[in-house]
Design a protein around this ligand. Structure first.
Ligand code: ZN
Length: 457
């Protein structure tokens, strides 16, 4: 687990070196920062190390006052207002100075970063600050996970990501961050100092995508309901929870094929988490968006697709996401219910931090919609349109599926039984159910069925 955020320097309002005299948790520090500047979003990351007696050990100057003034010199960040932050050896260049271990300096990656092997070496969670042209980077990774790094490996990661300077702060269990309410290792250890970056609110929302150009987008998918839920067609031939799970299994690989990280709210079909638990999965994952999968119920005449979000306006991210999906679904030939967009303060829409939509793919109480909802090819179409809409919203160019791997690997419902018999008998290998049969494949099939006379017989 790691979190990286690249903040455009033009949207940085100020940078504060917060000295944690009263031993607040990082969540409390963040909450206070948020109160202090309501016009800004506050991003908090662990600062430098401290000694066992509670004093700071690296070079540290806050608001013109030296907190820790060692006799040595080291590259660190100096700043007054915030956007003027610069890497320098000159500790008096600005009113604030912060330095622990410089990994990328003015001459590029530091060949032998200087740190205490026992205290700072090995693979650990890490916190740090870096710059890229035009951006300030905040970084934190969690101890004991695959994202733990040696200082050298962290240096190489950051250099590969285009950082032109980087200073590593404290690590291990002290590596913490608080970005948009998301932390990486809870809120336990109370560090000596934190770096708080205040980002102007009017740009904070629109810059979100630019904030993480290097990390894969994360989509949280929520297959609605679970086993035992009674929602379904009046004739009992269709259960909503079976549909949502099936659609999830079709949509997830399509998104992953586009380079998107998918987090599911249900790990297996037998899971049936509460609504707030589903929102928590999304929030903990730091998802970029949340999509809940459902089918609808009403009288027998209502039909069509509708996306729910919590509320207007249409400029809100959630409604842009909904519009992107509605456009793709409509373009795929799916009937819309009304305009295709509706609002409701549903728990999964209001308790999620990420822009959230709940998709009702049709009315299982309507005969026409029911027949479609049961059809495998139609489900594939819904999954593909949803994937394309999500990609549009994320600004990803949809990669068209190739002939070999991109086809749905399931036959239509009318062919399903015959297909499974043919696969089980080894007549077909179970792949490419929609492919046309070549002459040589036909010959092999006939041979496997024993329908061809032996040569020379
Ligand atoms: Zn539902």
């Amino acid at each position: 687990m790691k979190k990286i955020i690249d903040i455009p320097l033009t949207s940085v309002a100020s940078v504060e070196l917060f000295l944690n005299k009263f031993r607040y948790s990082i969540a409390q520090v963040s909450a206070q920062a948020q109160k202090k500047r309501r016009d800004c979003k506050a991003y908090v990351v662990t600062g430098g190390m401290w000694n066992s007696n509670g004093s700071a050990c690296p070079l540290l100057k806050a608001d013109g006052v030296w907190i820790s003034d060692q006799p040595w010199s080291a590259y660190g960040y100096a700043w007054d207002s915030g956007p003027d932050i610069m890497l320098t050896l000159d500790r008096d260049a600005r009113g604030n100075f912060w330095s622990t271990t410089c990994l990328i300096g003015p001459n590029g990656p530091v060949e032998k970063p200087s740190y205490d092997k026992a205290g700072q070496g090995g693979k650990r969670g890490r916190a740090g600050i870096g710059t890229k042209p035009g951006y300030l980077r905040l970084y934190a990774s969690q101890d004991g996970t695959a994202d733990a790094r040696t200082p050298e490996a962290l240096r190489d990661d950051m250099a590969a990501d285009g950082c032109t300077s980087f200073v590593m702060g404290d690590g291990g269990g002290s590596a913490q961050c608080w970005f948009d309410g998301q932390s990486i290792q809870g809120d336990g250890r109370k560090c000596h100092n934190y770096i708080i970056v205040y980002v102007k609110k009017e740009t904070a929302d629109t810059q979100d995508k630019e904030d993480k150009p290097m990390s894969k987008p994360i989509v949280c998918l929520d297959p609605g309901h679970g086993p035992g839920n009674v929602n379904g067609s009046p004739d009992g031939s269709y259960k909503e929870h079976e549909f949502t799970w099936d659609l999830y299994t079709r949509l997830r690989p399509l998104l992953e094929a586009q380079g998107i990280t998918v987090v599911g709210t249900r790990e297996q079909e037998s899971d049936y988490p509460s609504l707030s638990a589903r929102a928590s999965v999304s929030n903990r994952a730091g998802a970029d968006l949340f999509v809940s999968l459902h089918s609808n119920a009403a009288g027998s005449s209502a039909r069509g697709f509708v996306a729910f979000t919590s509320a207007p306006p249409e400029t809100a991210a959630r409604n842009k996401l909904a519009a992107a999906i509605i456009n793709r679904v409509h373009a795929a030939g799916v009937v819309l219910w009304g305009s295709g967009l509706a609002h409701d303060l549903l728990t999964v829409l209001t308790a999620t931090t990420a822009p959230a939509v709940l998709l009702e793919y049709g009315f299982h109480t309507n005969a026409q919609d029911l027949a479609l909802l049961k059809d495998a090819a139609y489900r594939d179409k819904l999954a593909q349109a949803t994937c394309a809409g999500i990609c549009d919203y994320l600004g990803l160019k949809v990669k068209e599926p190739d002939q070999e791997s991109g086809q749905p690997n399931e036959p239509d419902s009318w062919a399903r039984e015959a297909w499974s018999k043919a696969s089980a008998a080894g007549v077909f290998d179970g792949t490419r159910p929609r492919d046309t049969l070549t002459r040589q494949e036909a010959a092999v099939v006939l041979d496997r069925l024993g329908l061809l006379p032996e040569k020379g017989a």
